[in-house]
Design a protein around this ligand. Structure first.
Ligand code: HEC
Length: 103
């Protein structure tokens, strides 16, 4: 009885971890590492400051963020010089698809 309850709890908490993409826990750490060097309040390259959720959301809303990190034609490839790894791209894509919330 206790054993199965524990097992279900563990499985659900694992599922929860893979299913939930939040700005604070999933997206901001990627942005902080890969983008803030050039997109901060001190240095807002291209006019983009990604030190806040609002700053990142603005680039989602105007359509430039996804094009640039996916290295699409017509966008400046970001980060410059290397591409984010596929699971980072998938994380950001999932967050954008869910509405790019400040969660
Ligand atoms: C080494 C510096 C550097 C890093 C790191 C960097 N950027 Fe940029 N970014 C720039 C510069 C400079 C511009 C403005 C010139 C241009 O568009 O190429 C720019 C422009 C952009 C634009 C506008 C591009 C367009 O085509 O409209 C977006 C969106 C962007 N960056 C997103 C990001 C994201 C997201 C990251 C992190 C994953 C990132 N950048 C990392 C330097 C950088």
């Amino acid at each position: 009885m206790f054993g199965s309850k524990f097992l279900f709890g563990a499985v659900f908490s694992l599922l929860g971890k893979t299913a939930t993409v939040t700005y604070s826990k999933s997206v901001a750490p990627i942005i902080n590492t890969a983008c803030l060097g050039c997109h901060s309040s001190a240095l807002a390259s291209g006019g983009y400051n990604f030190s806040t959720h609002a700053g990142v959301k603005a680039a989602v809303t105007n359509g430039r963020l996804m094009g640039s990190i996916n290295y699409l034609t017509g966008f400046s490839a970001m980060p410059q010089g290397y591409k984010l790894i596929s699971c980072q791209l998938a994380t950001i894509k999932k967050w954008v698809a869910a509405g790019a919330l400040n969660n």
